[in-house]
Ligand binder design. Structure first.
Ligand code: GLV
Ligand code: GLV
Length: 323
């Protein structure tokens, strides 16, 4: 077994780092609470001599950065999405990349459910009412939300997460599932009686639209101005995938005009959300700070998968979840 030099761009709780050191690897960890956000040059300076980077989705590992890290042989990303990494550069330069699929599917579907419920039932405004001591009486017409039962739900990207969320929505709320994506998928059809439609049909027919596709050139601003034009004026839009799949300016205008429409977003184009982002102005856009995989089980299984991949690499075995 090779002993590797590893650089982790942030602290991961649990025993991962200890376990790697026990295996004889040499580990450097960026301590964000002490040193602040990591920059491109911090990554280069710290990872220059290393074989492995444990990366976060917030680290931009483009060709320019990677070209200055000639020793790196493995990037082990603590996320399922890896659009922050230049995969072509990695392929051309013999760098292996692993991610953490499967283990965060339930957690992310769970969060999509939370966004759907919070948006549909005005949870944020209702809670604020209590916190601000504005709760006066039982209001016959206060905080009236939308029933989630029997609605038509359009899933964009019926991968693991989209399919899991569809199953939950079918089971909990008897929603009628339609879906779109590059290919028909048998699991969502078999388990949810889902119908495959094109994007235009999905946009027009859905009461709820949830986005679960990976971000790529093909899905860049897939939900643009003309997509918003096709949607119902009281759409419930959920995004737990990547912010860049939605044209944010078009989204802002749509939700500003249509105040019966609601959005629940776990992701935005620029994270963290800019202090001056106009999205903050709108009560019908509910935003969370990218916490899809943030539950105890998922984060610990993600760390285990990082450990397993690094051990496979050190032992010259096939990687468990190579992208
Ligand atoms: C989170 O967005 C992930 O890609 O894991
Ligand atoms: C990602 O994990 C997906 O397949 O949905």
């Amino acid at each position: 077994m090779r002993h590797l030099k590893i650089f982790a761009t942030d602290v991961i709780k649990g025993s991962l780092f200890e376990d790697l050191v026990k295996e004889g690897h040499q580990l450097t960890v960026w301590d964000r609470t002490q040193n602040g956000e990591i920059s491109e040059s911090d990554i280069i300076n710290n990872a220059k001599e290393c074989d492995v980077i444990i990366s976060m989705l917030s680290n931009k590992l483009g060709a320019r950065t990677l070209a200055q890290l000639p020793n790196i042989k493995l990037i082990s990303q603590y996320a399922v999405g890896f659009n922050n990494i230049d995969i072509n550069f990695c392929q051309e330069n013999g760098i292996s990349v692993t991610n953490t699929p499967n283990v965060l599917t339930n957690a992310t579907a769970e969060l999509a459910m939370a966004l759907m419920l919070c948006s549909a039932r005005n949870i944020e405004a209702a809670r604020k009412n209590v916190i601000d001591k504005k709760w006066q009486t039982w209001e016959p017409s206060g905080f009236i939300g939308k029933s989630l039962f029997n609605l038509k739900h359009g899933i964009i990207g019926a991968g693991r997460i989209g399919t899991q969320f569809a199953k939950m929505c079918k089971g909990a709320f008897n929603q009628e599932i339609i879906y779109t994506g590059p290919n028909k998928k048998s699991e969502i059809e078999e388990t949810c009686d889902a119908k495959y439609v094109n994007l235009q049909t999905l946009l027009q027919e859905s009461d709820i639209i949830s986005i679960h596709c990976p971000y790529s050139e093909a899905t860049h601003q897939l939900i643009n101005q003309s997509a918003f034009k096709r949607m119902k004026k009281d759409i419930l839009l959920i995004n737990t995938a990547r912010g860049e799949i939605i044209d944010e300016e078009a989204m802002y205008h749509f939700f500003k005009i249509n105040n019966h429409a609601m959005a629940g977003l776990d992701v935005v184009c620029n994270e963290p959300l800019d202090d001056n982002s106009p999205l903050r102005e709108l009560d019908n856009i509910f935003i969370l700070p990218h916490i899809g995989s943030a539950n105890d089980v998922a984060r610990s299984d993600m760390a285990q998968l990082i450990f397993d991949n690094i051990q496979c690499f050190a032992n010259g075995k096939d990687l468990k979840t190579s992208v």
